[in-house]
Design a protein around this ligand. Structure first.
Ligand code: DC
Length: 665
């Protein structure tokens, strides 16, 4: 079993011709967080079944334990033995919310009112998310919160009680609304929150279920302070946010018919269903029922021909977490998809507008970022994305969305990195995908080093491979060996079909010698030194423009992708042969610099040449390599370009190894 949890793992899902299945997704994240918090503040026991055992919700549960709330977990149900509104105790250490924004913002509402101090901390991503949106109203209620630049850690001083406020929230955010309503529990009198648009309403629904006096009037929610909350039995239904990945997968798949059972279809959460249906998606709710105050249904999804739409603004708050997945649907839809006024997406676990747009663009899609959204030029059901290494940027929802693309496109060399936080919301994502026969695969990392003749790729590549202990592919030597074979067979560069046949039959093998150097054997004869000659290089450059010959040599190059990793040197390593490489380097240097380097090399080995001739040769080779129709010498869109003019080998190597440490190892 591969470990999907490292930041640099390169993952993809296998594909399946027919997508069929009936399954349920894990419990709703929002309801799970709230069930533990409200259970802790209630009197009596709250029994929770279907609790989402994700890292985020476990963070909330562990914090409640740290605050002195007894909680038992028998693996099936969780029993929270409530301590009442005034029963929380000071924790001994910091309270770590991990990646969970919901935990940090909701618990702030509770901790703001206590007669003891406490500190909420979070991981790197949570520590840059905006907290002023809750600090401001809570401070108005009398809380004393210290925070550097409005981000975590948040330090709450002991205050003991709060005063009610009437708050006009500038944003439609359930986390802001919930923080204020929870703080309102500790304020004598009526606290109200009015939102610009309706955000998800689980907090007010559940507070009412636990016995609080809640009054909802359109966009305004009022809570009466100091209620006595009573423990409840809560059955957490499936999370529609998790179901969204399967909706998009099935809609974009050629032959899909699946049912996701027992999903919470609370009207403030199903914006994703409205949007996907408006795009032409065949999605139906079956067996609608109400469980513990929440609407629940089984969701039936079939393959559909999707079209782009302009997303109506009123659906945005109820689909806010599902946009990464919706963007993937938009890429597979016909025509333009447009989202505006969803600026909030820039403040999630990542800047989701930027992360998703970059991923879509790297797959070759025309996608324009707007301040609060995107315009995606959908390519329809026949879209063939370009091979790529997509970066989920540690954002669970972006990572899962990109993994859905990989499952839809087995024809494309595509991997996803930055998947390490998937368990924060969806711990059994890969297991459920496996039940649909979409299996997790891990790819061997490749560093591609491309560039023109004489730029020093060979030296840098072999030193990089040595430093990392990885395999080395000198793809030029394959073209050179093919050139030697052509010369031996007395073939001319225009004898295309014979050259292609010869490439298919090429008897070529690479031996690693005891000193670590590599020996090339052509027809079982050593030819390493012979291959370095200028005439072979020239012939290689000429035959390398034959498309079918390149195809014939393709799998031979890909076979070098072996554990623990590969450094591949050539012209089209990053663009064609290994497009999913997590690090692509393109070395350049002026023609003069390269001619000087080559002159020194030749003079050192006793060969007498004129610099003018070398300059002419290099210019001609550059032109041929970069202007040919197939696999021209160009940097990949995501390549790191290093101009080596004036740099020593050590300086270039150090830059490459720094990039390798940053992106790959
Ligand atoms: O890197 P080199 O000089 O050994 O390569 C010799 C020729 O082979 C070069 O002029 C173009 C061709 N080549 C190519 O087309 N694609 C590659 N990946 C590597 C080499």
């Amino acid at each position: 079993m591969v470990n999907p949890l490292t930041e640099k793992s390169l993952l993809r899902l296998s594909s399946v011709a027919q997508l069929r299945g009936r399954f349920s997704v894990p419990g709703d994240k929002s309801i799970s967080h709230r069930s533990v918090i409200l259970g802790a503040l209630a009197e009596g026991t709250t029994t929770i079944t279907g609790f989402l055992r994700s890292e985020d919700c476990m963070a909330t549960l562990n914090i409640m334990k740290q605050l002195g709330v007894p909680i038992d977990d028998d693996g099936v149900s969780i029993r929270v033995h409530g301590v009442g509104l005034n029963g929380l105790k000071m924790a001994t250490g910091d309270l770590d919310c991990g990646n969970a924004g919901t935990a940090m913002r909701l618990l702030s509402g509770v901790l703001a009112a206590q007669n003891f101090s406490s500190t909420l901390t979070g991981d790197e991503s949570l520590s840059v998310r905006p907290m002023n949106r809750i600090i401001k109203p809570l401070t108005q209620m009398g809380a004393q919160i210290t925070s550097d630049k409005g981000t975590a850690p948040l330090i709450f001083s002991a205050v003991g009680s709060l005063k009610p406020i009437n708050y006009d929230s500038p944003i439609a955010s359930a986390q802001v609304k919930s923080a204020i309503l929870l703080a309102g529990l500790f304020a004598e009198g009526i606290t109200t929150v009015t939102e610009p648009k309706k955000s998800r309403d689980h907090t007010e629904t559940m507070l009412a279920g636990f016995g609080a006096t809640i009054d909802v009037d359109g966009l305004k929610v009022a809570i009466k302070g100091k209620p006595q909350l009573k423990g409840q039995n809560i059955e957490v239904p499936g999370d529609v946010s998790s179901a969204a990945f399967f909706m998009v997968l099935a809609l974009c798949h050629r032959d899909a018919d699946i049912i996701v059972e027992n999903v919470c279809i609370n009207p403030t959460r199903v914006g994703v269903v409205h949007i996907l249906k408006a795009m032409g998606g065949d999605i139906r709710f079956l067996h609608r029922r109400v469980i513990a105050g929440e609407s629940v249904a089984d969701i039936h999804i079939k393959s559909s021909r999707l079209k782009g739409i302009e997303v109506p603004n009123q659906w945005i708050p109820s689909a806010i977490d599902e946009f990464p997945a919706i963007f993937i649907a938009a890429a597979h839809a016909d025509g333009l998809f447009q989202l505006t006024e969803a600026e909030e997406l820039r403040h999630k676990e990542s800047d989701r507008i930027a992360v998703m747009s970059q991923g879509l663009a790297i797959m070759g899609l025309s996608c324009k970022e707007l301040p609060g959204g995107v315009v995606i030029n959908g390519q329809g059901a026949d879209w063939h994305p370009l091979g790529a290494c997509l970066d989920g940027a540690g954002d669970h929802r972006c990572a899962m969305s990109f993994l859905v693309v990989s499952a839809l496109h087995s024809e494309t060399d595509m991997v996803v990195k930055g998947c390490h936080n998937i368990a924060t919301s969806f711990p059994n994502f890969f297991k459920l995908m496996g039940q649909l026969s979409l299996f997790l695969e891990e790819s061997v990392p490749v560093i591609t080093i491309d560039g023109p003749s004489g730029v020093g790729k060979g030296t840098i590549s072999s030193l990089t491979a040595k430093a990392l202990g990885w395999h080395l592919l000198d793809s030029g030597s394959i073209y050179r060996a093919m050139a030697l074979q052509a010369i031996n067979m007395k073939l001319e560069p225009n004898d295309e079909s014979q050259l292609v046949d010869a490439a298919k039959d090429l008897d070529l093998c690479f031996n690693v010698c005891e000193d670590g150097s590599s020996q090339v054997l052509l027809n079982q004869q050593p030819v390493t030194d012979q291959l370095r000659s200028e005439s072979i290089g020239d012939m290689a450059s000429k035959i390398a423009s034959i498309a079918d010959l390149r195809v014939a040599l393709f799998s031979r190059q890909r076979a070098f992708q072996q554990q623990p990793g590969l450094v591949a040197d050539g012209r089209d390593m990053g663009t064609i042969v290994f497009p999913s490489a997590p690090l692509k380097v393109f070395l350049t240097a002026s023609v003069e610099e390269r001619a000087k380097r080559r002159l020194k090399q030749l003079n050192d080995s006793g060969v007498d040449v004129r610099i003018r001739d070398l300059l002419n040769d290099i210019e001609a080779r550059d032109l041929r390599d970069s202007s040919r129709k197939v696999a021209p010498l160009v940097p990949a869109r995501d390549a790191h370009i290093i101009d080596t003019s004036g740099l020593s080998i050590e300086e270039v190597l150090s830059q490459v190894l720094t990039l390798a440490r940053q992106f790959v190892v």
